[in-house]
Design a protein around this ligand. Sequence first.
Ligand SMILES: Cc1ncc(COP(=O)(O)O)c(C=O)c1O
Length: 399
Amino acid sequence: MIYLDTAASFPILPEVKATLTDAFDSFYANSASGHRLGTIVSKDINKIREQLADSIGAYPSEIVFTSGATESNNIAFKSLLLGGEIPANKKHIITSQIEHKCIFAICDYLESLGYEITYLKPNQSGIIEPQSVKNALRDDTALVSIMHVNNELGTINPIADIGNVCFEKGVLFHSDAAQSFGKIDIDVDHLNVDVVSFSAHKIGGPKGIGAIYIRDFRKKHLVPVIHGAGQEEGLRGGTVAAPLILGFGKAIEIFPASYKQFKELNIKEYLINQLDINKIYFKINGDDRVLQNCISITLPETNIALLIREHEANFCLAQGSACSSKEIEASHVLTALGLSRELAEKTLRISFPLDISKSQIDELVKAVKKVTRDSRLIDNAYIPGSNVVSYSEELEPAG
Ligand SMILES: Cc1ncc(COP(=O)(O)O)c(C=O)c1O
């Protein structure tokens, strides 16, 4: 089985697995307990808090562990907006049409409480432009939330510039960094962000653990996302998931160097070249500012449904995002880019594991070719100006 869906979740790193086993064996005490083992566990958790804070240029007191990016995003919107931190008359939120679906669910909820939401459209390359944020800002804007890296396209938004726009207007700025953390550098000051969401399983850590960075957290008035016994400074009740946090810490330590090595493989360029050599028509969605481990590719002459069905046992492939892959609706990200439903359905999101090999890519291309119409029969079959371009038109290195 060739796993090509790491944007949905990375396989757990062996070092993380070893850390988890060790933690489940030895660090089972409740970190709130006053005895020796509880104190050790509590100290270890705080070491990871420090490690995460260091890696993004923050203070440990500004990090709260959560169950993942979905929960962090909930905190970023609900805990901040409903906690009295923002004047009650500010009820406008700016986000984008290409965020993770959890953001839309949170916004729907806030809309039911009287908030007004502006969903910014990306440009043709899938990027949210700082100018469009600037144009949308109003006197009553309470929060801007724009993801760092898009989970279907791999595109990297100009977060520092957007942050600057928000800073100049004194508006709170949140970024969902679930896909970028560990893969590209994040410094909360350079990026001008106030709040950032993280997830461990996008970097080879365990599922069910993540974190949120909140600038000057202790000075802020926040509504708890889970009311509990005071854990995580009262923001997030429940016994702290020590083993998962230790596993997350190991992933933070190991993943970036492994990812750097993976980037040297230039596997995406290899895939693009192989498609080209095999004369398979394709269009890459997004621009050249994209992560190296992710590519969104439209194959207009390929029977994608057949490819997925016939190779269920060979490839783990996604059409759009994992959360929407079982839905009948076309991906909201692709439709925001202007792709027709038909082309969106002809699109694969391929996201590579760190140990991918060229021979595995050859296998994929061979399978794609088998269910693709011969391009020699369909030359000039495309309408100029449509979203579809021939394989030879778009070979820019991405990454
Ligand atoms: C951009 C983005 N935000 C949020 C999430 C949700 O993360 P988690 O599974 O940690 O809740 C994901 C992953 O599915 C994602 O890609």
